[in-house]
Ligand binder design. Structure first.
Ligand code: GDD
Length: 353
């Protein structure tokens, strides 16, 4: 694709979108439009040489504005978060269907060249994720449908809509199913953070406060794989430009328990903490891993960044952010003020994944 064609990143103020905009700039794209509902000062990454628009993409007119003149569109905007958010905000997650519907219609009407949709591993059938000792999920495991309630149903429906826009309206749509993406410049507090960022924050808090205990949701034996943002960016762009018509897994296949994730963060921080397990907290499926045979076969590539390496970068970034925000308030046993981690209402639109 020519570097002066207009590329639109919907959800550009969030975690993955912000990194994607940065990456497109690095590659020399000269016309980038980044769109997000959040005020600019809340964007994780915001660049002066990019056309930044603050728009609510649940509104159809705004989607037409967002897509106008575009060559390629990356649709990453969604109301979402980690388990603590999606298990308790099912209707809000499902309302992202408005964004996905209006964006597809706008992309079709604008005659854009290529359209990317960020789906999620939450589309997979829950019956295949009941054991920690999970068999990695193949793309075919999305059907028969029994996805994550709320969030997963919306993702599966929107995937399906991409398929039919491709078949019926000849819109070039490509879909990736993201498996838990993490990295710097993402949500690390407020209620929407996923386990990697949450663990970094909790370990930092414990270390700085001198209260050497950590709360872990569930029994810590549940398993996941976590994909570092750089792998996500590479795979996203490869999938958009590929001939893979059906959704592809985009995730790491390095399976760990949540306890092992905490081990890694403790090791990075150089500390050992007393673990307290909260069995009433949101837990999601018992086990989830990405089967990467298909992406390897179709693209000759799969995510490969080691969890330890990605977590070190993530931890360092969160540490700096934590210090910037709470430094003045740190006493020997005081870290973030109580209640600082309840959901931030204003962060109402995050990124797909
Ligand atoms: N968020 C969070 N915070 N999770 C914790 C914590 C904590 O402090 N402690 C333990 N966990 C556990 C959760 O209970 C869950 O079992 C596991 O860590 C992973 O939680 P998340 O990272 O929040 O989400 P997920 O992997 O279940 O789902 C995420 O990834 C999906 C794609 O694979 C979500 O972001 C989904 O929206 C996304 O589709």
């Amino acid at each position: 694709m020519s570097k002066d064609q207009l590329v639109v990143v919907a959800g550009g103020g969030g975690f993955i979108g912000g990194h994607l905009v940065a990456d497109l700039r690095r590659q020399g794209f000269t016309r980038i439009r980044s769109v997000d509902i959040k005020p600019f000062d809340e964007w994780y990454q915001c660049f002066d040489d990019v056309e930044n628009l603050q728009l609510d993409l649940m509104d159809q007119d705004n989607c037409h504005t967002a897509c106008k003149g575009a060559g390629e569109v990356y649709q990453l905007a969604a109301d979402m978060g980690g388990m603590g958010f999606i298990e308790t905000h099912k209707a809000e997650c499902m309302l992202s269907v408005l964004i996905n519907t209006h964006m597809l219609v706008a992309a079709r009407d604008a005659g854009i060249g290529k359209y990317f949709y960020s789906s999620s591993a939450c589309v997979y059938n829950a019956d295949k994720q009941t054991s920690e000792d999970v068999v990695a999920l193949k793309e075919a495991d999305a059907y028969p449908a029994q996805p994550e309630d709320g969030y997963g149903w919306e993702k599966l429906f929107s995937e399906r809509m991409c398929r039919h826009f491709r078949e019926d309206f000849k819109l070039h749509t490509r879909v990736a199913r993201y498996h838990n993406v993490y990295g710097p410049h993402g949500t690390w507090e407020g209620g929407r953070e996923k386990a990697p960022a949450a663990m970094c924050r909790k370990v930092i808090e414990a270390k700085l406060s001198g209260d050497h205990a950590i709360e872990i949701w569930g029994d810590g034996k549940q398993t996941r794989s976590f994909m570092y943002i750089d792998d996500c960016l590479k795979g996203t762009q490869m999938i958009l430009h590929s001939d893979c018509l059906e959704p592809l897994n985009l995730g790491s296949n390095e399976l760990v328990t949540i306890n092992q994730l905490v081990d890694i963060v403790e090791d990075i921080a150089g500390i050992k903490l007393d673990r307290k397990y909260n069995l009433d907290a949101p837990k999601g499926v018992n086990g989830r891993n990405s089967d990467n045979d298909l992406i390897q076969e179709r693209l000759g590539w799969a995510p490969s960044i080691r969890l330890r390496d990605g977590m070190e970068k993530t931890y360092n970034w969160i540490y700096d952010e934590y210090m910037k925000k709470y430094k003045g308030k740190l006493g020997p046993r005081a870290a973030a003020p109580k209640g600082a981690h309840v959901r931030d209402k204003e962060l109402s639109v995050e990124l797909g994944g």
